[in-house]
Design a protein around this ligand. Structure first.
Ligand SMILES: [Zn+2]
Length: 404
């Protein structure tokens, strides 16, 4: 009898619940605890907390609990439904598990601690459960935490896309640039993603008209989405995305020229795309050799270096410098560079806005690297919903309100 009392206490069971039977199977590495309530016990209605409701019927349920040393532990109980004069028949609230879960709250807390550190599939292997059961737990806590979110202070927003499943699927992230966390993630990368963000913001006490700064890439869909939904926002085009477009242009010049100068340009691709300071000595020497050649790629490269220099300038000189750069680049006779110069002209104020807002570098960058870590953690899962849950868990700074 004493060991039953011990287990009741260890589980923190409250009247009228107690452990009535234990069975231990060393071969199956399994400990089973049967819980029960005293005959004639009455329970509170789960809807109104009215105490003393009579038991209507019971149904048998089991929950996996924290391991007992190296043995899996399970609780089993007949769970009563009570009849409330006001609310009718409902299953009672249990202190050790939430409705519908096959795990105890403490086991779920353990799972959530583990999935924060390792891939869900690895956690599944570790605890010997199927990963779909684990994802259900993850979604429950993430959804509940998101439902409690307060976004009333949100003012500066970063928008970025992240690809999933080898670039076949996209998710758009919305970051609070002041608190450095992702506040919303949604499938797709179209203007509707921004519309969904605005709706979600309203649903969490925020106000789309209160968003004053947006940092994003130069893509048309995001631009349309922001112009249509975040009416007071000033747009900054993220400098790293601008730079990526320029690198693409340089690479395109190299690709075209390779047809005539194949031997000379062979194996040089990354020399043109990386910062000179990040090259090895050998690469640097190779680049220096190429820079003395009368190549179109060299001219494109030099135009790109001149463009990069703008971000080092004092704000007062930036616009004048950029105007001169565009004037020169459109006469470069290098079509990819000319196209980029037109892109700059068409995104003029958003590129220059950086000199006032200074949003992007670091903030979005840091977030992105964490999202990449989340991607690794969600790897192997084909569902965008799982990926998004992992993003919230990793860069959402959610309050999961886990049992302790
Ligand atoms: Zn009731």
């Amino acid at each position: 009898m004493r060991d039953l009392e011990l287990f009741s206490q260890a589980l923190g069971l409250q009247e009228p619940w107690r452990v009535v039977e234990t069975s231990f199977d060393a071969g199956q590495r399994r400990l089973d605890l049967r819980l029960d309530f005293e005959p004639g016990a009455r329970f509170a209605c789960p809807e109104c907390e009215r105490p003393g409701c009579e038991v209507h019927d019971t149904s048998e349920k089991s929950w996996r609990h924290l391991d007992f040393f190296q043995h899996q532990a399970y609780l089993t109980a007949r769970v009563p439904r009570v009849r409330c004069p006001e609310h009718g028949v409902h299953q009672v609230k249990l202190a050790w598990a939430r409705a519908g879960s096959g795990f105890t709250l403490l086991f779920e807390a353990l799972l959530m601690a583990l999935v924060a550190e390792m891939p869900v599939r690895a956690v599944a292997d570790l605890v010997g459960e199927h990963d779909t059961r684990l994802w259900r737990v993850v979604h429950h806590y993430v959804d509940a935490a998101r439902a409690r979110e307060d976004l009333s202070a949100l003012e500066r927003v970063g928008i970025d896309e992240t690809s999933f499943r080898r670039g076949q699927d996209y998710v758009t992230l919305f970051a609070d640039l002041d608190r450095c966390r992702c506040v919303f993630a949604t499938p797709g990368r179209d203007a509707d993603a921004v519309t969904r963000f605005a709706a979600d913001l309203r649903a969490h006490g925020g106000d789309p008209d209160q968003v004053t700064e947006v940092c994003q890439d130069m893509s048309e869909p995001y631009l349309l989405g922001v112009l249509g939904n975040l009416l007071r926002a000033q747009i900054t085009f993220d400098r790293y995305h601008v730079k990526a477009q320029l690198s693409k242009a340089v690479d395109e010049v190299r690709r075209q020229e390779r047809k005539q100068q194949g031997e000379l340009l062979k194996g040089s691709r990354y020399l043109w795309l990386r910062k000179p300071t990040t090259l090895s000595e050998k690469q640097r020497a190779q680049l220096d050799g190429l820079l003395r050649q009368p190549l179109k790629t060299v001219r494109a490269y030099n135009w790109a270096l001149k463009f990069d220099a703008i971000y080092e300038l004092p704000p007062a000189q930036a616009e004048h410098y950029l105007r001169a750069w565009v004037r020169g680049a459109v006469r470069s006779r290098l079509q990819p560079l000319i196209d980029f110069a037109h892109l700059v002209e068409n995104h003029w104020s958003g590129i220059l806005r950086w000199f006032q807002s200074r949003v992007s570098n670091g903030l979005l960058e840091g977030l992105n690297s964490l999202v990449q870590a989340a991607k690794r953690r969600a790897r192997g899962y084909r569902s965008t919903r799982n990926y998004i849950a992992m993003i919230y868990l990793t860069v959402g700074k959610l309050n999961l309100a886990l049992p302790t």
